[in-house]
Design a binder for this molecule. Structure first.
Ligand code: COA
Length: 355
């Protein structure tokens, strides 16, 4: 029986830095509010017309593949996690395959839609394929190009200031080294609050879930049976093609679910918070991460935070942060690494890895 190890990791952050002061110029917000509530000072935005979720994912993947010491043709399965895909369909999995030039048709590609916990979900899926011996090199990518789909008017400020663009990737391989690799993964979801952190248009809902929204909304549907459900002019004119979030609810749920799902992983493996050497949380909000850190009794050097520089890059935050921690020498051979995420859905999950 195999375990699954991270054989190579890569990340990509676009060059353009957007500070809180830059956002102050386009919407009614301010640096003090953003830093105090979220910890974010700046984030990166991709280059319009040149960079996409796929291209950023490909750059991170190339680094991960090189560091894993394999040829890209040896990748036998791709998992792509994103909530900001290049196209509604097909997904970024096949697009990144083409971008990487591995179009032999050998490897399969799977896209997953699990938002902020996309990377942890992807890791768990990959783990099942690798430890059973089905695949030898699974490429898992988390990438986001949020900047192209945010509301830059004051109406969207509670969401827009949080998010940034970026990508991270890992190559997962089997290992027979005793006690090493992914020890356990735990995935959860509860759709009760699906609309509380969501990007609902364009979509095929046709208003069906209206009762779940805070107040009934006019989405501009006509009496015609078909044709204007997915997207229409009214949605464009009324700013209905953007993400929305109930920040306080997300915060409340996150600080509950993060510790819960981490404790679940520790209990499953007979470990305690004192055994964790490095905690890499999904970078949702510095206040959320600090709360979880305190709850677990971890010291500052045992938690990797970089939301200050990159904002929330959703499916990409964990691999970007893990790559940074490794590059800084903060994760050593034999360390216990804990990953955890919470986000839209709501979905949440955790993973423990013995490095
Ligand atoms: N700049 C200035 N003011 C802003 C603002 C911004 N960017 N965004 C919201 N505000 C205002 C609100 O309009 C509100 O004003 P009001 O009191 O006059 O109505 C006030 O700030 C407080 O808003 P609220 O949403 O209650 O603030 P908060 O203290 O909950 O902080 C978040 C907001 C988004 C930072 C916080 O709720 C949070 O981080 N939630 C979790 C979000 C998250 O992690 N999402 C990612 C998914 S994992």
């Amino acid at each position: 029986m195999f375990s699954t190890k991270i054989a190579g990791i890569g990340s990509y952050l676009p060059e353009k830095v957007v500070t809180n002061q830059d956002l102050e110029k386009v919407m009614d917000t301010n640096d003090e509010w953003i830093q105090e509530r979220t910890g974010i000072r700046e984030r990166r935005y991709g280059k319009k017309h040149e960079e996409t979720t796929t291209t950023m994912g490909a750059r991170a993947a190339e680094m991960a593949i090189e560091r894993a010491g394999i040829k890209k043709e040896e990748v036998d399965f791709i998992i792509f996690a994103t909530l900001s895909p290049d196209y509604y369909f097909p997904g970024c999995g096949v697009l990144v395959q083409r971008e990487l030039g591995i179009t032999t048709g050998e490897a399969g590609a799977l896209d997953i839609r699990n938002q902020c916990s996309g990377f942890v979900y992807g890791l768990s899926i990959a783990d099942q394929f690798v430890k059973t011996g089905m695949y030898k090199n699974v490429l898992l990518i988390g990438a986001e190009m949020h900047s192209m789909g945010l509301d830059f008017s004051t109406r969207g400020r509670n969401v827009t200031v949080l998010f940034g663009d970026g990508a991270g990737a890992v190559v997962l391989q089997p290992t027979t080294e005793p006690g090493k690799g992914i020890l356990t993964t735990h995935l959860h979801s509860d759709g009760t609050f699906a609309e509380k952190l969501a990007f609902i248009n364009p979509g095929s809902h046709g208003g069906y879930h209206m009762g779940r929204m805070d107040e009934p909304m006019d989405f501009g549907y006509s009496d015609a049976e078909y044709g204007d459900i997915f997207v229409n002019q009214h949605m464009l004119d009324n700013g209905q093609l953007f993400p929305n979030m109930d920040g306080p609810l997300v915060f409340k749920m996150a600080v509950q679910k993060f510790p819960e799902v981490i404790m679940e992983a520790l209990q499953k493996t007979g470990l305690t918070p004192a055994d964790i050497d490095m905690f890499v949380p999904h970078q949702a909000n510095l206040r959320i991460s600090s709360f979880v850190q305190k709850k677990l009794g971890l010291a500052d050097h045992q938690v990797w935070n970089n939301i200050q520089k990159y904002g929330n890059t959703t499916a990409a935050t964990i691999p970007i942060a893990l790559a940074e921690a490794l590059e800084a020498g903060a994760v050593k051979d034999g360390d216990l690494v804990c990953l955890a995420a919470f986000g839209s859905g709501f979905t949440w999950g955790s993973a423990l890895i013995r490095w």
